[in-house]
Design a protein around this ligand. Sequence first.
Ligand SMILES: Cc1cc2nc3c(=O)[nH]c(=O)nc-3n(C[C@H](O)[C@H](O)[C@H](O)COP(=O)(O)OP(=O)(O)OC[C@H]3O[C@@H](n4cnc5c(N)ncnc54)[C@H](O)[C@@H]3O)c2cc1C
Length: 429
Amino acid sequence: MTATESPEAADEIEPVEDFRARARAWLAATLPPAGSEAWDPSPERRARERQLQRTLWDGGFAGICFPKAYGGLGLTPEHQRAFTVESLPYDMPFSMNVPTLGILAATLVDFGTHEQKLRHLPAILRGEELWVQFLSEPSGGSDLAGCLTRADRDGDTYVLNGSKIWSSGAAAADWAMCLARTDWDVPKHRGLTMFLMEIHQPGVQVEQIRQVDGSREFCQEFFDDVPLPASAIVGEVNDGWTVATRLLTHERMAVGGGSPYTSGRSVGHRSTNASDELVGLVRSRGLEGDARARQLVAEARVDQIVANHLVRRTTQAMATGALPPPAGALMKLFLATNSMRRVEIGLELAGRGAVAWPAGETDGAGDTGGAGELGRATLQRQAICLGGGSNEIQRNIISERLLGMPRELAADKDVPYRDVRRAGSREPR
Ligand SMILES: Cc1cc2nc3c(=O)[nH]c(=O)nc-3n(C[C@H](O)[C@H](O)[C@H](O)COP(=O)(O)OP(=O)(O)OC[C@H]3O[C@@H](n4cnc5c(N)ncnc54)[C@H](O)[C@@H]3O)c2cc1C
């Protein structure tokens, strides 16, 4: 599918087990142990993760599957999997994985010009650039091709106006891939273009959105006559849908745990020992002899083993062409439903302890034996069923593009987008 499937110089490739042994020794000598698995969007953690990414780069372990020509190691997904397994006990730059490495850098590998790759990929691998995706809009995210943000040509440049929303971590990021409408006179999928853009520049206003758990990870952006050079176009003018589709495939693989471009734990990667956290919870509540508690822990462990096999089998099938790229939806859907179930199991095991916030963040809830983190997880549990496309959209993809069932009716499919009736804040000229 990509450069990572056929390494650049097969005769020079280090055997996977030699690479694994070298990585194991380097990790033990270089990185501190992993802390809490909780997603920490604080500026301090982000700065720390940039440093960790730089440490990987300096140690020769950044960008394992990225092309050598752009700063990567040009190795295989097997090398990446070996490194990921070895790195699980260590503090790694987790937030670099999604969306920067697994989604946006991966899309740049597929569609970027030589100059774009040379400019950005080594900088990303050194931890100097965090990226974000500007896709969803206030008028709706599932209908991505219904994008209303516009980029109008003005001589050699394009002028961007509109708004994007639900951009994860945009306030702390440096660059974005932004989907905009460049032609209103063709059906919706054919008038879109993908642009690279620097986030913090005149004309771009980034507002953080406060969520129910108090975090401010999500952002909304407002674009007011932002100039974009033609050299910022990714892929072809008016062919942004092709780029966006591939980007979403990378997203499903990265979130589902099957991306060859991410290192260490990612949203979807847990070892079969992840249910050890639930075992710890059971012990802290003295439920070791409780038949129901034992059954729930076993269920979580079985689900995780199934997930790991599903990811491996699906990614291998996608790599050989036995399954088409939309198969990423299988991993994404399973991960989302599995994650929801895991939170429910944790809640049932934690009992009243789950309503308390983690120690140190409350007005004295105190140590809840790890159960308090579940309160936050409960508030966030549906996020994974929406981000990267909702469960319903994954089911549509699986039924239409994998199982060959009839496609959903789309009344606007062949209509020039200018003539499509729609809700939305900005009307075309
Ligand atoms: C954790 C997280 C991170 C995110 N990060 C980003 C990001 O970085 N950048 C970005 O651009 N966006 C991001 N998003 C936004 C995400 O892509 C959208 O939330 C998602 O695409 C759904 O769009 P929407 O929220 O506008 O819901 P809508 O599109 O309005 O959908 C509402 C409901 O209708 C259902 N629905 C819609 N269409 C259909 C259909 N055809 N068939 C069946 N059901 C349908 C949906 O499943 C959903 O339940 C993120 C979201 C989350 C939760």
